[in-house]
Design a protein around this ligand. Structure first.
Ligand code: IDP
Ligand code: MG
Length: 145
């Protein structure tokens, strides 16, 4: 797939890492299709993460993701989903490979600095959750919504 959806999570924004993380994303060859800083309320966060609603950490995840502003990103690159998951590293920063975004910027498994979609279908769903079609253009100027 050519696009993925990412968030710079509230911990990384609050700690002033937005610029450094955007530079790593840029240097890894991703093009920014759409970007904004926003804040989710509990209802929106629960809807965004509804696939995790049966997991033990669901309430922690919602509390964390609503704790402050995040940066939403739609990113374009060949093999975007897989390559972005490699760039961010494992969910648990203690297991994230050296040089990955989570290895460099995440403190623990819940406040783990960044999100990356896990499939092409989820990338489309997540990008469409946060952005209107008219906000997403590919490199040739074609609307992706
Ligand atoms: P991913 O973000 O690497 O795809 P998922 O398993 O999809 O990981 O989990 C979604 C998010 O939920 C994680 O990024 C992290 O913020 C949080 N999370 C995952 N596992 C735990 C946990 O065991 N405790 C607390 N939060 C967790
Ligand atoms: Mg996931």
């Amino acid at each position: 797939g050519k696009i993925t959806f990412s968030m710079i999570k509230p911990d990384a924004v609050a700690n002033g890492h937005t610029g450094a993380i955007l530079k790593m994303i840029n240097d890894a060859g991703f093009r920014i299709v759409a970007m904004k800083q926003a804040r989710m309320g509990a209802i929106q966060a629960a809807k965004f993460y509804e696939i995790h609603k049966e997991r033990s950490f669901f309430q922690e995840l919602i509390d964390f993701m609503t704790s402050g502003p995040f940066v939403a990103l739609v990113l374009e690159k060949d093999n975007a989903v897989e390559d972005f998951r490699k760039l961010i590293g494992a969910t648990d920063p203690q297991k994230a490979a050296p040089g990955t975004i989570r290895n460099l910027f995440a403190k623990n498994i819940d406040a783990n600095a960044v999100h990356g979609s896990d499939s092409d279908a989820n990338a489309i769903r997540e990008a469409s959750f946060h952005f209107a079609g008219l906000e997403m253009f590919d490199k040739d100027g074609n609307c992706m919504g």
